[in-house]
Ligand binder design. Sequence first.
Ligand SMILES: CC(C)(COP(=O)(O)OP(=O)(O)OC[C@H]1O[C@@H](n2cnc3c(N)ncnc32)[C@H](O)[C@@H]1OP(=O)(O)O)[C@@H](O)C(=O)NCCC(=O)NCCS
Length: 148
Amino acid sequence: MSAGIDTRPAAASDFDIVKSWLSAAGLPSADLTTAHLPHFLIAVTDTGVPIGAVGIENVGSIGLLRSLVVDPSTRSAGVAGRLVSDLEIRAKKQGVSELWLLTTDADGYFSKLRYERRERRQAPVEIQRTREFSSLCPGDAVLMSKLL
Ligand SMILES: CC(C)(COP(=O)(O)OP(=O)(O)OC[C@H]1O[C@@H](n2cnc3c(N)ncnc32)[C@H](O)[C@@H]1OP(=O)(O)O)[C@@H](O)C(=O)NCCC(=O)NCCS
């Protein structure tokens, strides 16, 4: 499947499907608005069908990777790996040098992508100010980061 996957910037028409994937996966979506979509990538099949998403909240050189989700019918086919890789490439081009994320049960997944666990007190103030960090993600969510 990974040969047939592409990614593209999200459009307003992707909002409903992204929101439904996030709520089905139990990921925070309460704060998500169409204003976030320019900072999201959508994975699509070679026929253009949306199959996954990832977003970034960019605060200068530091970015918060959020909302990585893949349609349950296309998991374990490299879709998330492609989304994270493409997001990292785009973020680096835009001047992001560190990506941070919070996850409740995908820390093993992100470790394979070379994200490292961090203590919450190590989070840069820009990350601490995000809603994911301050209120949307549970206090026991694992904090991870990666230098790009
Ligand atoms: C986590 C998720 C994004 C992975 O998507 P995917 O497209 O299936 O991932 P990939 O195809 O790139 O990688 C699949 C591999 O990761 C592993 N993996 C998937 N979820 C994992 C997890 N939570 N922890 C550890 N490994 C995981 C799979 O077992 C598979 O391993 P294999 O290659 O050895 O068979 C997807 O399962 C998902 O949408 N989960 C719900 C939302 C979520 O937890 N998002 C992450 C928090 S931000």
